[in-house]
Design a protein around this ligand. Structure first.
Ligand code: MTE
Ligand code: MOS
Length: 756
């Protein structure tokens, strides 16, 4: 059989045509297949924190079109959909966040369900609500922690030639996937339950349904066709909706659809964790870090969700690409009366990396050194270990990427040009920054790092691939298709990737941690290898030039099985959280970005003039897909750091719950010049096809934009240290410019005195 490599070729996304023609279906499109479907609508609590004193559903039942109201009394199993801690009651007796669903109304139409929900009578006893990290700390309201990760000895850092302390407030982020949460459940002919769910984790949806209904998992089947974006927001946050749909169908015998409107999705689902970081750091005269202490407080919201591994990832990524000689990191998860904050692209990594970049820039400006020089001086070198004892594999790539990018972006020339521009412009200033990324690839919970696949070949040589990963637009299925085509030596068109189903591959992990291709791709490759061995044996007895289809037919007649299961587990990863030591990551993905901005001093508005990115994707399986991931991830990061601001009012109501009040990046935020390149000759032989994960790492390249804004703000003053909370919205930038100008006004006479 001939080898016709399709991996590494720039093929379009396998659903690209369907995405633009509208033929690609999403969970809610499937509702048309269920003519007698019931629609669900929640009764929403009007308090951030309250006790449910009494509940009267009877007025709702007299609403025409209302079929039933789901309450705690309907739950045959455990009435909870919480991941890990089981701390998310479906029908709460104590309301824990504003808008929390208290009961659910099922109607013949959505309209009937909504009218019914308005008629449900609930009496609440409002309680005081904790709405900020500061209030949670003051009240001792924590979901978990403190966790600690330390290395070396920080006791002497106060005596360093440069020592300073500071605080950074980091805002959260709404996922704003285009497709809001959706699930449809129905009874199968055996009395079990089947569901379509827009979820990154069908196996957990299955687990939650079985738990809520009190039936074995074998009686539950969950399918995810594709998602219209997820970004971490459908890793566990999809659980309650599929649980309600399953419970509804269990009670009524009819299919039930739960779909959140945009407003509901905003109000009910978790976001990226806001963080507060308090730090102290010591440096020598040349900007070399002597030691650093950071205390993180994340805003976990009302339940635990994935807050622990997210916090751990912040601790793991507090080094970014820098050797932290002496370090003490602690982290606590605050319980507040808000939505339960959750996974979001980067999974805590971005927050940890933002803090160390903040510290390095502060140090550089205090020492009157260019920030890029201070960054470079602190890079990991070959042979260095992280603060948790993992060898930094391929550490030389940090410097290689950095130098390549400085040249390709003409960094030094533009620095001078910008200086000249700034000298000649009083009210507009430009800023330039280069920042690196090192992102650890693997789930930090070891057992998640496994994947299965089931590859079927039919007698005509056509192929179906089932694997445990889900497609959310990131192009996993495209890469799998390419890997399977190469694995079997067939053209791309011969391979069909099937919707993700729990009855094809069991006990799967969420598609997350950017490891979708690494894990599922390797499992598919394993299955293909087994099939090739069998087919090659058959082909050996056939004339030269026999087609793949003919070999398959011959194999069938010889009673050789034409299907195989594949399996993969990431080798040699482990971490001991008590000791804070181990090798939690299989490898690191590296990258760097250079960004240039221009700020309008009158308004604080900025324009992103140019961004250059160099990303280490190993040997790309699918260059167009990877390019899309880098561009999209970067822009999503720009949104997080410069535009998107979540505002909760004093009652704990999310005031920014729609695209009208929550500013998302759009075409106008894409840099006017945008160059993305991949590091060459970068194959990693320990990963499937030599490729590296690309889903999350590019998001953190947006830190270059925050730093470029800081650089431009500093140019309004004397270039000295300055800070502002994240996101750097135009308002914050405006006030930072005012502060920088004032600092200059104060600083100038002092300098003059010194000169005399
Ligand atoms: N890209 C698109 N288009 N849509 C998404 O929802 N999710 C991101 C990233 N890229 C996402 C995306 C997140 S949070 C992760 S972890 C990875 O894709 C998951 O997919 P992978 O493991 O296949 O890279
Ligand atoms: Mo991504 S935050 O790991 O789903």
């Amino acid at each position: 059989m001939s080898r016709m490599r399709v991996a590494g070729k720039p093929v379009p996304h396998e659903s690209a045509r369907g995405h633009v023609t509208g033929e690609a279906l999403y969970t809610d499109d499937l509702v048309l297949r269920f003519p007698n479907v019931l629609h669900a609508w929640p009764v929403l609590a009007p308090h951030a924190h309250a006790l449910v004193k009494s509940l009267d559903i009877s007025p709702a039942l007299s609403q025409s079109g209302v079929v039933t109201v789901l309450t705690a009394a309907d739950v045959p199993g455990e009435g909870d959909s919480g991941s890990n801690r089981h701390d998310e009651p479906l029908f709460p007796a104590e309301v824990m966040y504003h808008h929390q669903p208290v009961v659910w109304v099922l109607g013949e139409t959505l309209e009937a369900a909504r009218l019914g929900a308005e008629r449900v009578l609930v009496e609440y006893e409002p309680l005081p609500a904790i709405l900020t990290i500061e209030d949670a700390i003051a009240a001792g309201s924590f979901l978990s922690g403190p966790f600690k990760l330390a290395d070396g000895d920080v006791s002497g850092i106060e005596a360093s030639p440069l020592y300073f302390e500071g605080e950074l407030i980091i805002g959260g982020q709404e996922h704003f996937y285009l497709e809001t949460h959706c699930a449809i459940a129905w009874r199968d002919e055996t009395g079990g339950v089947a569901a379509h769910s827009s979820t990154q984790h069908p196996a957990e949806a299955q687990e939650v349904i079985s738990r809520v209904l009190g039936i074995p998992r074998s009686r539950v089947a969950v399918e995810c066709l594709r998602m219209g974006g997820a970004f971490g927001g459908k890793e566990v946050q999809s659980n309650p909706w599929v649980a309600i749909a399953a419970l509804g169908t269990w009670k009524t015998g009819r299919p039930v659809r739960v779909r959140l409107t945009r407003a509901l999705d905003f109000a009910l689902t978790g976001k990226r964790h806001p963080f507060l970081a308090c730090y102290s750091a010591g440096f020598d005269q040349d900007g070399r870090l002597q030691g650093v202490r950071i205390s993180y407080y994340s805003d976990g919201g009302w339940s635990l969700d994935l807050s622990e591994p997210i916090l751990w990832r912040a601790l793991f990524h507090s080094d970014n690409t820098y050797k932290l000689p002496n370090v003490e990191l602690t982290g606590s998860i605050c319980r507040t009366h808000k939505t339960s904050q959750t996974a979001f692209r980067g999974f805590g990594g971005p927050q940890g990396m933002l803090v160390i970049e903040e510290i390095l820039d502060q140090a550089a400006r205090r020492l009157s050194l260019p920030p890029e020089v201070v960054r470079e001086r602190n890079f990991y070198r070959e042979g260095d270990c992280t603060h948790y004892g993992q060898l930094v594999k391929d550490a030389d790539r940090i410097e290689t990427i950095w130098q390549h990018l400085k040249i390709s972006s003409e960094f030094d020339r533009r620095r001078k040009e910008i200086e000249r521009f700034n000298e000649h412009h009083v009210h507009h200033k430009r800023g330039l920054a280069i920042t690196p990324v090192k992102f650890g690839i693997s789930f930090t919970a070891q057992f998640f790092n496994q994947a299965g696949a089931l590859v079927l070949i039919y007698r005509d040589g056509s192929v179906q691939v089932n694997h445990g990963g889900t497609e959310m637009g990131q192009g996993l299925h495209t890469k799998i298709q390419q890997i399977a085509a190469d694995g079997l030596g067939v053209p791309l068109e011969a391979v069909r990737v099937m919707p993700t189903r729990t009855d094809k591959v069991p006990n799967t992990s969420a598609t997350a941690a950017s490891a979708g291709t690494d894990l599922n791709g390797a499992a598919v490759a394993d299955a293909c290898r087994q099939l090739c061995v069998r087919l090659n044996e058959v082909a050996a007895g056939l004339p030269e030039g026999t087609s793949f289809a003919q070999v398959c037919e011959a194999a069938y007649r010889k009673r050789v099985p034409l299907f195989a299961q594949g399996y993969y587990r990431t080798p040699d990863i482990h971490f001991d959280p008590k000791a804070g030591r181990g090798k939690p990551f299989h490898y690191f993905a590296y990258a760097a970005a250079v960004s240039e901005v221009e700020i309008d001093g009158f308004t604080g508005e900025y324009r992103l003039l140019r961004t250059d990115i160099l990303e280490d994707v190993g040997e790309s399986v699918s260059p167009i897909v990877d390019l899309g991931q880098v561009e999209g991830g970067f822009i999503q990061g720009v949104g997080w750091l410069t535009l998107e601001e979540l505002v909760w009012n004093a009652q704990g109501h999310l005031a920014t719950a729609g695209a009208s009040t929550y500013k998302l990046p759009s075409w106008s935020e894409i840099p006017e010049v945008f160059n993305v390149d991949f590091l060459e000759r970068a194959a990693d032989p320990t990963v499937v096809m030599g490729s590296k994960a690309v889903g999350e790492p590019p998001l953190m390249l947006a830190i270059s934009v925050r730093e470029a804004i800081r650089d431009a703000v500093a140019a309004f003053g004397d270039g000295g240290p300055l800070t502002f909370a994240s996101p750097a919205t135009p308002e914050r930038v405006f006030f930072a410019v005012q502060a920088a100008r004032t600092a200059k006004a104060i600083a100038t006479p002092i300098k003059e005195v010194m000169r005399q």
